[in-house]
Design a protein around this ligand. Sequence first.
Ligand SMILES: Cc1ncc(COP(=O)(O)O)c(C=O)c1O
Length: 402
Amino acid sequence: MAAPVPRFLPADRVRNLPPYIFARVFALRDGALAQGRRVYDMGVGNPDGRPPAHVVQALVDAVGDPAANVHRYSTFDGSPALRRAIAHWYERRFGVALAPDAQTLPLIGSKEGLANLMRAYVNRGDVVIIPSPCYPAYFGAARLCEAEIHEMELSEARGYQPDFDAIPADVAGRAKLLLLNYPNNPTGGVCELGLYERALAFCDRHGILLVSDIAYSELSLDPACSPPSALQVPGAAERVVEFQSLSKSHNMAGWRVGFVAGCAEVVATLGRLKSNVDFSLFGAIQAAAAAALTGDQSICRDNAALYRRRRDLVLETWRALGWRLEPPRATMYVWGHVPRAYGDDDWAFVHDLFAKTGVLLSPGSGFGVYGKGCVRASLGLEESALRDAMAACAAADLDWRG
Ligand SMILES: Cc1ncc(COP(=O)(O)O)c(C=O)c1O
């Protein structure tokens, strides 16, 4: 059926926007649920756990506390207490000292902040350098700025790390921003501080703003590995910005809370833009986020242990069926090439698997050109459902080899 002709024509930048990949995955899921089918949703990275009790209590207390008065508009830049808590977290976790008022800014989720950062810095036709495969929201945010997107390949052979020398000089010369995301969604790849040093040297040479996204920094599946922050590179806090999220670390995805830290000039510019479009977060969520960042962090270790168990369960089943997959070192995802019988057609595998088992994965082509032929499985599914999902896979008539 042809799409209806709109009465009010959206702006070109919106008309030219492809549907968000997860909206298509959700549509598949919701169609099956409407038919009463059992669905094992391993498509979207949506943690199934709860935030720590003391964080929920901080929200409840703030809502009821007349002195806190969280029902009025917040200040544009977020509460001073939350900004201090962000700086405290950076100091405790990475040994990085930040000025709370100048070098931190609370966000309504890091997705919001990343999109607004691009809006603040990217003119039509500017180049944005994005790792590929990557978190799909980077593409939408860049497209909304009518940017030219340069996809920087993250190959398995290079440990999912980019080769900055492979970026053509004319691309580097026109680039405004370069994004890095470690631990990496969707590949589960990790990096050491040296990668940030090399990235920063490249960005300094070309006058590019380095943007780091560490949404999964607390989800190392290897207890001996503690992912670094780009801001640990000497001098980086003066010229890099880094995005962090409480969605995955503290099971607070629905609360919409994240933050940006680093270069004061960029933080101020983003704050100026945001003051024209939003009013920061609900005050009670800010109080709870401050409690999450300053309080006991055992939730992060518990989450990592939980996803490690689930990763091992999933890999044990799929590998026994003949599917060649490597264990991710971090994040809540398993990433790999689709079985040989499907060639590079990740959507065909996603549809076939879903039809035969109810197990829903995300097609790799939605994560960038270098994601084509791969799929991502999210581990945000509680354990008994995950076991049922694996039993359904084992019983399915499907060629898993390769
Ligand atoms: C790499 C990466 N960055 C940022 C985000 C967005 O997180 P938030 O919930 O804070 O918007 C996600 C969410 O999945 C992500 O995978």
